[in-house]
Write a protein that binds this ligand. Structure first.
Ligand code: DGI
Ligand code: FE
Ligand code: FE
Length: 197
């Protein structure tokens, strides 16, 4: 862990101080699941643990603080007023600028954990999936998605993205371009894999 950030104790205190209890528990659950998925799918276990644990570090920032961070870190203005999408980008910026995290794969895993993106790395895919299938989630299909994630990470990512797109559409919320491109990219990836067989 020492190679990943400059002050692990300060980072851990920051996480505890800035997350509600249930969100902290979720973070430990994502760490655990990301480690499991990394083990099963050949990912970097140490990086998966770190990115999983800290992926939601900015999730409970209030609107003013989130907007302030979007400006301070020079992030895109479309994030202003949109905590659902901003917390992942701000989280990566906090890890980079306040805690000296330099590993781009870890930063991207945090940055794209909400939307995913086309061409995402194995680590990004592990954290994206672990976020949805960790043990503390309570939706009824959890067991199905967990088993799928253990067996086939691409198929799990695709089904999660398809569900997310359908859910956002139903609620009349805008779907991020990265989310749509990620879904199409994984669909294509799976198709090519199947053609090769
Ligand atoms: O932070 P978590 O709750 O653990 O999970 P998350 O980072 O995946 O955030 C989930 C929220 O993000 C949920 O309210 C749906 C929203 N979301 C995910 N993809 C998109 C999105 N919202 C918009 N507007 N567009 C997206 O593409
Ligand atoms: Fe999140
Ligand atoms: Fe999360």
């Amino acid at each position: 862990m020492s190679i990943i950030c400059t002050d692990k104790d300060a980072l851990e205190s920051f996480l505890r101080d800035n997350l509600k209890e249930s969100r902290y528990r979720h973070s430990l659950g994502v760490e655990d699941m990301a480690v499991r998925l990394a083990g099963l799918h050949g990912g970097d276990v140490e990086k998966a643990a770190f990115a999983g644990r800290y992926h939601d570090i900015a999730k409970n920032f209030d609107q003013d603080r989130m907007d302030e961070c979007v400006r301070k870190y020079g992030l895109d203005e479309y994030l202003l007023g949109n905590n659902a999408l901003a917390h992942s980008k701000v989280g990566a910026a906090v890890l980079e600028h306040e805690f000296g995290v330099t590993d781009e794969d870890i930063l991207n895993a945090v940055r794209f954990h909400t939307t995913a993106r086309k061409g995402m790395s194995l680590l990004e895919q592990i954290v994206f999936t672990a976020d949805v299938v960790e043990d503390n989630r309570t939706y009824s299909d959890l067991e199905y998605y967990q088993q799928l994630a253990y067996r086939d990470l691409d198929q799990a990512s695709l089904e999660i993205l398809e569900y997310t797109c359908g859910d956002l559409k139903e609620k009349g919320r805008e779907i991020d371009t990265d989310t749509i491109e990620a879904r199409d990219w994984i669909r294509e990836k799976i198709k090519e894999k199947n053609n090769g067989k």
